[in-house]
Design a protein around this ligand. Structure first.
Ligand SMILES: [Zn+2]
Length: 536
């Protein structure tokens, strides 16, 4: 079956557009003017009139969490709470409105103390006990690196003032000498466990909702971190089922995480070897490690103490030795490594770990740094020189531009989120959103890279505007750049003969509208492998 899309403005590469695309068996066969392509297309083929609209390669999000996007749609949403009292009210309301969902516990997500107008402090068990003392409550901070819980959850987790601290994570002790309900980094898993997990059927529904949302905003590929430690059998089974049932509307590449080396080893012996993958829709990807925490939670690992929290340098979730061991094992098995790094110390140390794992100083496995936020020029130069992938989320500026200077000072802030410098240094860059930390909608993300303002348009001239990139560059990082991150740049990320027919048609022309309006662009059609998977 062949399809022609004609009468469009298809982005081929910088400065080059074409009107029409011929698609055959899920691949792009020909691009050119309407006359050229229509003359070439068989009479009976399906014809789609693009009505002059702009066509882009499908967006490829280089790092997100697809399952959590689904969960976000059903957990108590705390992202609009502007005070501790509002968090409490939000929790109470959710319990009243969803009595079935909270039978065994209340799981909320999205609060951010920097947005609180009463006290800008982390919520604790005393706050959450106001919602309920009967069921466990865990409320994740927007970044997921801090979780607050009520007294019931702490009891269920069996944590007391006598419990030893966890490896790479902390539960706080309050003034009364008892755990105060605040958990960070690796300790968060211990408390989240008190809430029963989804049934396989519920989980599948969450993925379906997430996938449908993702294609509706223009994603045709995701590089997703859903495997965490020992849930790989469950996640693999689920994704294969969706695929077999034709519900995998986008291409999915795993980023798999392990907290324990033994679990990574077990995985290498089982699912990693045996999972059935055709590489076109479902693919195995890199080992995803977590080196540090988040800027918002002040757990990103810094070379200097936080200016607004003297004595605190952040948290190293993995030691240097652990990093070397994990990277070594990955490389031995030919596996790429990508690592969550926020602070300058985390980035610098991780690059050193990578460097030690490379053969002949070449980054052949395309190891990457995910987030890569707090940088100075020497770090950026090291990234470029060693050809380490920078997998960045420009949309993080929406929140971070309000706090980064107070956390690390103006000087370091001015060389952080340095998107243009990365381009000048010719680094390999891939864009993503880390959804659901931010929405997986790519247009606010492109807007952030291009104008460097928050979603309300602040600051007027942009935040360190010399680091703005242009629209073409942002789109390239989000398509061919992300494809490079998964060794797919020969088949994904361009509208070109031989490439997958993964493309989107936009309601408005991203190349000519005022840049401040890019964030509001809607998708009218999404096509994956020549099939229309979303239509407005
Ligand atoms: Zn993430």
């Amino acid at each position: 079956m062949k399809t022609v899309i004609y009468n469009g403005k298809a982005y081929i590469h910088r400065g080059h557009f074409e009107q029409a695309i011929l698609i055959s068996d899920g691949l792009i066969e020909k691009v050119g003017t309407n006359e050229e392509v229509l003359a070439f297309a068989p009479e009976e083929c399906e014809k789609i009139d693009a009505n002059g609209k702009t066509i882009l390669p499908g967006i490829n999000d280089a790092h997100l969490h697809l399952g959590f996007i689904g969960e976000f749609l059903v957990l108590a949403d705390l992202s609009n709470a502007r005070s501790i009292n509002e968090v409490v009210q939000c929790g109470k309301r959710f319990m009243q409105e969803n009595p079935e969902a909270v039978k065994y516990g209340l799981h909320g997500i999205g609060w951010n103390q920097d947005y609180f107008t009463d006290e800008k402090r982390i919520i604790n068990r005393h706050d959450l006990d106001l919602i309920s003392t009967e069921i466990p409550i865990v409320f994740e901070r927007v970044c997921g690196h801090i979780v607050s819980s009520n007294t019931k959850a702490i009891e269920m987790a069996g944590i007391t003032d006598q419990t030893p601290q966890f490896d790479g994570g902390v539960f706080e002790i309050g003034e009364d000498g008892q755990p105060n309900g605040i958990f960070n980094e690796n300790a968060v898993y211990e408390i989240i466990k008190t809430i029963p997990s989804w049934t396989a059927e519920e989980l599948q529904q969450l993925y379906i909702r997430a996938i449908e949302y993702a294609v509706s905003v223009g994603l045709t590929s995701v590089q997703s971190n859903d495997v965490r430690d020992n849930n790989y059998k469950e996640i693999f089974a689920l994704l294969h089922k969706l695929y077999d049932e034709g519900k995998m509307l986008l291409r999915y590449r795993h980023q798999f995480s392990f907290l324990k080396l033994e679990n990574f080893k077990k995985f290498l012996e089982s699912e990693f070897k045996n999972g059935k993958y055709d590489n076109k829709v479902l693919a195995l990807g890199p080992l995803k490690l977590f080196k540090d925490g988040s800027l918002g939670a002040r757990t990103g690992l810094m070379r200097h103490e936080y200016l607004d929290d003297p004595g605190n340098n952040g948290v190293a979730s993995l030691s240097d030795e652990q990093m070397d061991e994990l990277c070594g094992l990955a490389v031995e098995n030919g596996i790429q490594v990508v690592t969550h790094v926020i602070g300058d110390a985390a980035i610098d140390q991780t690059i050193t770990n990578y460097e030690r794992s490379m053969k002949n100083g070449k980054n052949l496995l395309r190891h990457g740094v995910v987030h890569c936020q707090i940088t100075d020029l020497p770090i950026l130069e090291r990234i470029a020189m060693l050809d380490i992938l920078a997998m960045v989320q420009p949309i993080f500026l929406n929140y971070d531009l309000h706090v980064v200077e107070s956390r690390v000072g103006k000087k370091l802030a001015s060389t952080s989120y340095a998107f243009h410098t990365l381009d000048k240094l010719n680094a390999h860059v891939a864009y993503g959103t880390d959804a659901p930390v931010e929405s997986c909608n790519p247009f606010p993300n492109i807007y952030s890279a291009v104008v460097r303002k928050d979603l309300a348009g602040f600051p007027e001239g942009g935040f360190y505007p010399e680091e703005c990139v242009d629209v073409e560059q942002a789109i390239d990082h989000y398509t061919i750049g992300s494809a490079y991150a998964e060794f797919q740049e020969d088949v994904k990320g361009r509208i070109q003969p031989g490439y997958y027919a993964d493309l989107i048609i936009l309601e408005r022309d991203i190349f000519t509208i005022p840049v401040d309006e890019i964030k509001d662009i809607k998708v009218v059609m999404t096509m994956m492998g020549g099939k229309v998977v979303y239509q407005k």
